[in-house]
Ligand binder design. Structure first.
Ligand code: NAD
Length: 468
C-alpha cells in the first residue's frame, strides 16, 4: 500500500508514523497518510516563511501566471485526482461527484488567477494623494474538511498565493491523499516552500492554528472546531476566515409547482449525499401543496442509483465516515420517535461500506435533532407550515446562517421572502450553487468573512494606506 509523504519546502518528506486512509464504499485501505510531528510542522512553517520573503515581492503578472500554471497541472492530472478522490471520499466519479469537483477546482483556480486588486486612489488633490494598497499577510494556515477536499483546498490556496502569501495546508485526516497529490502538482510549477502540506489529526490542526509563524488561518469545517481555532489564534491575533456549518432552510411558497421544483429541491439537499455545507437541510412546505411536494420528491429520490463511486452507474455514494453515518442514523431515529413519517429510506442495510439510503422524513417540526441540528448526510426533514410569516420565523430560528432558498412562481414575492432570511447566500428556485465571482460566507454562527471574487481575495491581504 502506497505510503504518502508530506510536502515541505518543495520536497517530499517521509514520516516514521502513518495512518490508514479508508475507502468508505468498501472499508479497504486506500493508502497511508503521513503523520506529521511538531518538528515537521515547524519545518513547514519555516519553509513557508523563507519562501514568503521572495514570493511576496514577485510581480502581479508572475503570480497570475503561476496560478494559471497550477490550473494546467490540475487539468493534466484531472483523471488521476478524480480517482484518488473517489477512493478516499466515496463520491462517484460520475454526476456531481469527483470529476465535477476537480472541474470546479480548475474553474476556481482559473477565475481567481485573473482577479486583481489594483491600488485605489482615495484622494488626489493639491493637498495630497492618498492611496490604498493591499499587501500579503504572511504565512497562511489552511485547514480543510472531508466533504469537498480538493475544491476547498483550491479555495484556500489559490487566493492566498495569488495575493503573495505562502501556505501550509492541513487537510482532514479522513481525505488527505488527494490534497497531498494536489500540493505535489502545485510544487511542480511553484518555487519551493510557497505551498506546503502537513497531515495528521485535529492536534496538528490546533498546533497550526496557534503557531507563532502563522499570520492568518483560513478554515472550513464545523462550527465547534471553528470556535477552538478562534481561541487558538487569539494569542497572536491572527487574521481569520471561518467557513463553518450550516442548517440551510428552504421555503416552498403556496404558488410553487411541485413537479417543476422536485429536481432542484432534491439536488439542493442531496448533492454529495447531503455532505455539503450549503446544502438544503430543512424544507418548509405550505400546507396547500405539502402532500404533492412530498410525493414528487419521493418519486425523484427513488430513481437515483446509490453505489460504489468507481462504478460509472452510481450517481451518489456512501457517507464518508462511520461517525457521520451514526449521526445521520441517530437523527432519523429521533425524528421517527417524535412522530416523523419516513417517506423513503431510513433503514440502512448492513455493510460493507457506509451506505445510508436517501431519506425523506415528513411530519416533523422543530424540537427534533434532524431539524434543529446539521445532519450533514442524506436525510431531509420536511416541515409543514400554515402561513409564510411562520415559515420565515422558523427558518431564522437557528444559530446557523449559511444559505437559504425560496421556491415559488411569483419571483418578486419569492425575493421579498428571500430578503428576510438570515443567511449569507440566498437562492430563488434553486439551492446551494456557488460560483467563483460571487462572495460566499456565513452570518451568525456559520462563519466570519467571505470567499470568492474580489471580496474573497481581499481577505488574504492587509491594507496599507499611503499618504504622499
Ligand atoms: P471538522 O471541524 O471536524 O474538521 C475540519 C478540519 O479541522 C479537519 O482538517 C480537522 O482535522 C481539523 N481539526 C479538528 N480539530 C481541530 C482543532 N482543535 N484545531 C484545528 N483544526 C482541527 O469538520 P469536518 O467534519 O471535516 O467537516 C464537516 C463540517 O464542515 C460541517 O459542519 C460542514 O457544514 C462544514 N463545512 C463548511 C463549509 C463552508 O464553506 N461553510 C464547507 C464545507 C464544510
Amino acid at each position: 500500500m502506497q505510503a504518502f509523504g508530506l510536502m515541505i519546502g518543495g520536497r517530499s518528506v517521509a514520516t516514521s508514523d502513518h495512518a490508514d486512509v479508508i475507502d468508505p464504499a468498501t472499508g479497504a485501505v486506500v493508502g497511508r497518510m503521513p503523520l506529521a510531528s511538531q518538528v515537521d510542522l515547524d519545518a513547514a512553517v519555516g519553509a513557508a516563511t523563507a519562501a514568503f520573503a521572495t514570493w511576496s515581492v514577485t510581480s502581479d503578472a508572475e503570480r497570475k501566471a503561476a496560478c494559471q500554471a497550477i490550473a494546467s497541472a490540475i487539468e493534466a492530472h484531472a483523471d488521476e485526482l478524480a480517482r484518488l478522490l473517489t477512493l478516499e471520499q466515496g463520491k462517484p466519479l460520475n454526476g456531481l461527484g469527483s470529476r465535477f469537483e476537480i472541474g470546479g477546482a480548475l474553474a476556481w483556480t482559473r477565475h481567481t488567477a485573473e482577479l486583481a486588486l489594483p491600488v485605489e486612489v482615495l484622494q488626489d488633490t493639491p493637498e495630497g494623494r492618498v492611496e490604498l494598497q493591499r499587501k500579503p499577510i504572511g504565512v497562511v494556515g489552511s485547514i480543510t474538511p472531508w466533504n469537498w477536499p480538493v475544491m476547498i483546498a483550491c479555495w484556500h490556496i489559490i487566493p492566498a498565493v495569488r495575493t503573495g502569501n505562502t501556505v501550509v495546508i492541513k487537510p482532514s485526516p479522513l481525505t488527505p491523499l488527494s490534497t497531498i497529490r494536489l500540493v505535489e502538482l502545485m510544487n511542480t510549477v511553484l518555487p519551493p516552500g510557497v505551498v506546503n502540506v502537513v497531515t495528521g489529526d485535529g492536534d496538528i490542526g490546533a498546533a497550526l492554528a496557534a503557531h507563532t509563524g502563522i499570520a492568518k488561518v483560513t478554515f472550513t469545517g464545523s462550527t465547534a472546531t471553528g470556535r477552538k481555532i478562534m481561541a487558538g489564534a487569539a494569542d497572536t491575533l491572527k487574521r481569520l476566515t471561518l467557513e463553518l456549518g450550516g442548517n440551510d432552510a428552504g421555503i416552498v411558497l403556496p404558488d410553487a409547482d411541485p413537479k417543476a421544483i422536485a429536481e432542484g429541491l432534491f439536488w439542493g439537499a442531496f448533492i454529495n449525499s447531503g455532505q455539503t455545507c450549503a446544502a438544503l437541510k430543512r424544507l418548509y412546505v405550505h400546507d396547500s401543496l405539502y402532500d404533492d411536494v412530498c410525493r414528487e420528491l419521493t418519486a425523484y429520490a427513488a430513481q437515483i442509483p446509490l453505489g460504489n463511486g468507481l462504478d460509472e452507474r452510481s450517481v451518489l455514494g456512501p457517507v464518508q465516515n462511520r461517525m457521520q453515518f451514526d449521526i445521520v442514523s441517530a437523527y432519523v431515529e429521533d425524528a421517527r420517535a417524535k412522530g416523523g413519517r419516513v417517506l423513503i429510506g431510513g433503514s440502512p442495510t448492513a455493510g460493507p461500506g457506509n451506505f445510508y439510503p436517501l431519506t425523506l422524513v415528513a411530519d416533523v417540526d422543530h424540537g427534533c435533532k434532524l431539524v434543529d441540528h446539521e445532519q450533514f448526510g442524506p436525510a431531509l426533514p420536511i416541515i409543514r407550515y400554515g402561513n409564510v410569516e411562520e415559515a420565515i420565523a422558523k427558518a431564522n430560528d437557528n444559530p446557523a446562517g449559511l444559505g437559504g432558498s425560496v421556491w415559488g412562481r411569483d419571483l418578486a414575492r419569492a425575493r421579498d421572502v428571500a430578503n428576510r432570511l438570515e443567511c449569507g447566500s440566498v437562492w430563488i428556485n434553486r439551492h446551494g450553487a456557488v460560483q467563483p465571482n460571487a462572495p460566499f460566507g456565513g452570518v451568525k454562527q456559520s462563519g466570519i468573512g467571505v470567499e470568492f471574487g474580489a471580496e474573497g481575495l481581499k481577505e488574504f491581504t492587509t491594507i496599507q494606506t499611503v499618504f504622499c
